[in-house]
Every structure is written in C-alpha cells, then in structure tokens.
Design a protein around this ligand. Structure first.
Ligand SMILES: [Zn+2]
Length: 447
C-alpha cells in the first residue's frame, strides 16, 4: 500500500510539472537484465541502487543488498538501459511542414511553450539527454537551465544556440548568425560561449572563407566547446575536416549514390589519428528513410504523444500542414535519396567514424515523441548494425562526444541516475523502445 501511495504521489507531482520532492532518497531498480552502456555482456537479475540523483551501486540479486527503506522499482521481465541520447534535435520546431509560417506565428512562444514541449516529449520517449542544434541563443540557454534546475520536466539539453554560417536566410536572424571575416567569426563564438552554449554548430561552411571556418573552430576549441558541422555538401565536409570539426551531421549529398573517393580518403586519414580522439558522425537517417512509409501509413501521425505540452490550436495547425504529406516541398527529393542512404552509411562506418544516434527531430512529420527509437530501429533492422553497437551510439558514445562521460552515458556507480527500462528483450527486438516503461532522470522517476 505504501509503495502504491509513493507511486501515486510521484505520478501526481510529475503531472504537475516541477521536480517532485523525493519520497525516498534511495531507490532500487531490481530484477531486470541490464545493458549498462559498456560493451560487455548484459547483467542478469540486476540491482541498481540510486541515492539522490546518482547511481550508488550496480550489482546482482543475491550479491548486492537493497537497503531497508529503499523504494523498490521492479524491472522483472525488462531490459534496463542508460537513458537514451538523441544527438540531433531541434526543439524550436515540432513537426510543422512550413518553417516560414512557423517562425512568424510561433517564435514569441519558442521559449515559453514550444521548446519545453519538445524537451518533455523527448524525455517521455526515454531520451534523457539531447543535443539541440540550432535555436535562438537566450531561449536555448533559458530552457536548458530551467530543465537543469528542475523547474520543468525535459531531457538534459546540450545546446548550440544559433547556427553559425555565412549569411542567415531571410527572417531567420534570431537563430542564424552570419560571419563577416575571421575576427567576426571569433567574436560570434566568444559571445555564444560566454552565454554558456555547450557546442558550436556550423552550417553552410562551404560558403565561408577557409579563414572564417578556421577562426570559428579554433575559437570554439579554445573555449572547450566541440564543433558540430552540417555536412550535406561535399565542400562542407572537406572544409570541416580541414578545420578540425569534431562531429558531422546528416547523410548528405542529396541523391548522389556515394561519397566521393577524396572525401572518404580524408575521413580515413583523420580517423587514423587516434590521438585526436574519435571523429563523430550523426547520420540522421530515420526522417528520410520513413517518409514514404509515413506518407502511405499515416496512423502514427495521429498518435497524441506528440501533442504533449502543445496548445490545441498549435496541434491543429501542425496537423493541417501535414494534410497532404505527399506534396510537401521538404520531401521532394526524399524518395530518390532513400535508396542511397544505406551505402553512404556503410561508407562512413568503414572509414572509421563513430556514428551517433540523432534524428533531426522536429522536422516535418518527425515528432520528438517518436524519432529516436525509429533511428535505432533503422540502424538495426534496415542498416544491419548490431543492437549493442546501436544502443551504445545512443548512450555511451554521445556522452564521450559531449565530454561528459564521467557523469552520464552508462549505468555505473557515480554517474547520474539516467536510466530507462523496457518490458521485453530490447537486444532482440529493438523497436520495443517505442514504449518505454520506466524513465528515471537524475534520480527522479518520470514514468
Ligand atoms: Zn538539423
């Protein structure tokens, strides 16, 4: 009865929004098979002790005792995992098909409504950490900090603030900052770094001078910020590699069947330099891969999970924008790109990059509530990646890429208690991740 009360209390406080007071400081997740994020075999009959917001101990039933008074959460029949990461999301968009209209209508609500809704949807999908690549500076920082302070529920966000690029497109100046010369590049990076961004996002660097690209990357590195670069065009990749970008985004090159030889050779040269650490790449496959499927089988678009946190009028507007999903300009080339994705993904793998799970979540039809598990499903069931590698690309490796692997990314003593549990064998059936049963973030149970 007391356990039931505790659960009800926890649910009630979570529903109300802010961080609930802890019913019990110590929690124990008991019984499930633990995939801890390291590469070893899963741990059967696992016991995870949580003290406050951290993991105190990890062991097995019979050898690790649960302290008296601990709140016990049974994970029998479940796979227990580190909370997932999504390394490429956009919290300022939530699936609407028309970006111009979206910005005009909703930019004043990005900070108060849209970004919090996106962050909450991600969290309730089991994504306890997400990298938000492109948004207005103050809003990005404010939403991240409100989540970190426990004022609103959401994934721990690692934010870039504005895109750094040659020139903003018309009416996007609030979240795209142009660079005019190397000094200006350094100044812009200094400004966002001083404001507290976690990462710097470069885009259209093929339109910048090489001196500008170098200035941006060097200044970011000087301030300890990793640099992430858009890589849809060959010259974006070439320049990014030359300047020392840490992580590339997307599987680009439009409908081209393969990456050119010189680019693969340059990637190989970089990945061979192990002292520089891994070269990361977030291929963002699922939004493109699933477009035709969702166009023809739209039931998933009716799932109310993506309405979470959004006012009815905005939900209606988004639905209307997706009414004719066969006619969206955003997806004009997608059907022709889809058959090229698997080969390019494989080329990158073989060139030695460490690929990360990321989704471009927020683009048309691609809701934060569903994108991350679909990327994992695409890797395992379409691209032939083994499930353990795919899961580590959504847990361990992202924490390394963001230089926080001493704090999160694995279920091990001393880390933040970011843990999910899913009924069934996730290593055998990866798409079970579409329905996560238990979500704990920083020791607080959200589901
Ligand atoms: Zn993106």
């Amino acid at each position: 009865m007391r356990l039931l009360l505790t659960v009800l209390l926890a649910l009630a406080t979570v529903a109300a929004g802010p961080a609930p007071p802890q019913a019990s400081r110590t929690k124990a997740l008991v019984g499930g098979t633990l995939v801890d994020g390291f590469a070893g075999s899963p741990i059967q009959n696992s016991v995870i002790l949580i003290d406050g917001d951290k993991i105190a101990a990890v062991g097995q039933v019979g050898s690790l005792a649960v302290p008296a008074g601990a709140e016990i959460i049974s994970t029998e029949g479940m796979t227990v995992l580190p909370g997932l990461w999504d390394m490429h999301v956009h919290t300022m968009i939530v699936g609407h098909a028309d970006y111009d209209h979206w910005d005009k209508a909703y930019m004043p609500q990005f900070e108060s409504v849209i970004m919090p809704a996106a962050a909450k949807q991600l969290l309730m999908a089991g994504v306890t950490s997400a990298r938000d690549l492109g948004g207005p500076l103050e809003a990005s920082i404010a939403v991240r900090d409100r989540i970190n302070a426990g004022k609103i529920p959401g994934s721990t966000l690692y934010v870039s603030g504005p895109f750094i690029q040659h020139e903003p497109y018309p009416n996007t100046e609030a979240y795209r900052w142009g660079v005019k010369g190397p000094d200006d590049g350094r100044a812009k990076v200094k400004k966002i770094a001083d404001a507290g961004v976690d990462v710097v996002k470069l885009i259209d660097q093929d339109q910048m001078t090489m001196d500008e690209v170098r200035a941006v990357v060097d200044e970011a590195h000087k301030r300890g910020k990793p640099v992430v670069a858009h890589s849809h065009r060959p010259e974006e990749i070439r320049r990014g590699l030359t300047a020392g970008v840490d992580c590339f985004e997307h599987t680009g090159l439009a409908t081209a069947p393969a990456y050119p030889d010189d680019i693969i050779a340059a990637i190989r040269e970089r990945t061979a330099k192990m002292s520089q650490g891994p070269l990361f790449w977030t291929p963002t496959i699922e939004g493109l891969l699933n477009y035709e499927y969702l166009r023809d089988n739209p039931e998933a678009l009716d799932d109310p999970a993506w309405h979470e946190g959004l006012p009815e009028a905005i939900v209606t507007d988004i639905r209307k924008s997706l009414e004719h999903s066969d006619r969206l300009p955003y997806f004009q080339l997608t059907a022709a790109r889809r058959p090229t994705l698997a080969h390019k993904f494989k080329q990158l793998r073989e060139a030695g990059v460490v690929q990360l799970i990321g989704t471009d979540s927020g683009i048309p039809m691609n809701f934060h509530s569903h994108s991350t598990w679909r990327e994992l499903d695409a890797w395992v069931n379409v691209l032939g990646v083994d499930p353990m590698t795919a899961l580590r690309a959504a847990t361990y490796w992202p924490s390394v890429a963001m230089k926080v692997d001493s704090k999160v990314g694995t279920v091990s003593a001393g880390k933040y208690a970011d843990i999910i549990a899913v009924r069934g064998d996730v290593l055998r059936y990866i798409s079970l991740l579409q329905r996560v049963d238990v979500i704990v973030k920083h020791g607080i149970r959200f589901k």
